[in-house]
Design a protein around this ligand. Structure first.
Ligand code: HAM
Length: 420
């Protein structure tokens, strides 16, 4: 084989696409149900947009960006996430304001130069939502509930909703001070990354996966214990709203997200069936980002789902997704004359709104029946020499095996009368 897909990327093959389409369709359906509208932004943006928003000291910006110079020397980056591009697009097109709520969603590929492993790719896909304009904890609750509703709609089981609050510009400095004084004696024994984090962003130490650092994390102070009155109040309200709705959640005081823009509520939904990369979605509030990127002080909240991980769960949990895309009619024809009649019939079927296909390789009847089965055809109509003479053939329903004799001229009417 001459070429292979770049490391960390995957082809999504025709036999997998039905599942992807169903997943995307379910995302669209649930998001629209909650009054979110789709937005599509470019695959690349100026590098500065991501550095500013995600944070210069994060792994994403420091180590994982697909950054390149265009022919005029401008620094561009393939989007590692879509919150910052959506903020940019909404500001540029005047879609958001302090006096209105704007709800948008997106579905598409993201790019991070990470070490590929199960559930972690360099090109992966997210479906996400962003809400602008409201600081009301009800919106935090709405997005979390919508995320859970989507997973329920997909039939996913055994998921955990983890929630935390990382505070705001008022209370975070105090918390960071506490963290620094907690780590100061041991930081010299911790990994090099953590030593840098200690200086640039001590919150990120809590997310370190190195075993030599883990031992120091257990007793570290938690952000929820340092929240100001406003952040504490809104965290309690979010939890109350979720509790009242019957949603089960877990306050995970050590939940630190990999992006710097969060304020107040953060959350992640995890699965215990995915191994190390167990987060199927993540998000939270980011009340300062719009202002940071040149807009007014407009509060915002959102989340993004990792679609590869959802596909993995659907496959693991053996959930069946209806293969609506399969053809309704497959014509198995033997001999040139029969194939001509078959060609005419599939084209009439298509003109009448019925999806249809036939064999173009002159295969045996047995092989044609196999193909019909593989493509998920609902019916097969079998035309040979004898059928040509009587202008009538057998229509077989693949699932039930039921067969009826139908004249060529009656075939379309019969298929059209079927609703499914
Ligand atoms: P994130 O936690 O970086 O958040 O990504 C969200 C989800 O994308 C993760 O939970 C995971 O399922 C999936 N994901 C991330 N990296 C990879 C990867 N390398 N391979 C496969 N899946 C991956 C964000 O991106 C934020 N923009 C979410 C957000 C929206 N916050 C507010 N609004």
């Amino acid at each position: 084989m001459a070429y292979s897909a770049p490391r960390g990327t995957k082809d999504i093959l025709p036999q997998e696409v039905a599942l992807w389409q169903k997943l995307e369709e379910t995302c669209r359906k649930v998001f629209s149900f909650y009054n979110y509208q789709e937005i599509r932004t470019p695959i690349f943006e100026s590098t500065e947009l991501f550095a500013r928003s995600i944070g210069k000291t994060t792994d994403i910006v420091n180590k994982e960006m697909y950054e390149f110079k265009d022919r005029k020397g401008r620094s561009l980056t393939l989007r590692p996430e879509e919150t910052a591009p959506v903020v940019r697009a909404c500001l540029e097109n005047n879609l958001i304001g302090t006096d209105k709520t704007t709800k948008v969603y997106y579905i598409g590929p993201m790019f991070r130069y990470e070490r590929p492993q199960a559930g972690r790719q360099r090109q992966f896909h997210q479906a996400g939502v962003e809400v602008f304009g409201s600081a009301d904890p009800m919106i935090d609750a709405e997005v979390i509930m919508m995320n859970v509703r989507l997973f329920e709609e997909l039939g996913l089981k055994d998921l955990g909703v983890n929630i935390n609050s990382v505070g705001c510009a008022k209370c975070r400095p105090d918390y960071l001070k506490k963290l620094k004084s907690f780590f100061k004696d041991n930081i010299k024994n911790m990994c090099e990354d953590c030593q840098n984090r200690f200086i640039t962003n001590p919150l990120r130490i809590l997310d370190c996966k190195q075993s030599k650092c883990q031992i120091y994390l257990d007793d570290a102070p938690h952000s929820v214990e340092s929240l100001c009155q406003e952040c504490g109040g809104s965290f309690d309200q979010v939890l109350d709203l979720l509790g009242d709705s019957g949603l089960k959640y877990n306050v995970n005081k050590r939940l630190v997200r990999g992006l710097d823009y969060y304020t107040k509520t953060t959350f992640e939904i995890t699965s215990n069936q995915l191994g190390a990369q167990n987060a199927v979605s993540g998000g939270g509030r980011y009340d300062k980002l719009v202002e940071e990127l040149g807009g007014k002080a407009i509060p915002a909240v959102g989340f993004a789902i990792g679609l590869e991980r959802i596909i993995e769960l659907i496959n693991n949990q053996q959930l069946t997704i209806n293969n609506d895309g399969a053809v309704k009619l497959y014509i198995a024809a033997l001999g040139n004359e029969a194939r001509k009649v078959g060609f005419d019939l599939i084209n009439q079927a298509r003109a009448g709104g019925i999806s249809a296909d036939m064999d173009y390789l002159g295969k045996s009847l047995k092989a044609q029946m196999k193909t019909a089965d593989r493509v998920g055809a609902k019916y097969v109509y079998i035309i040979g020499e004898a059928e040509l003479a009587k202008k009538s053939a057998v229509l077989k329903e693949m699932k039930t095996g039921e067969q009826i004799e139908l004249e060529f001229s009656a075939l379309l009417e019969k298929l059209k009368s079927e609703t499914a």
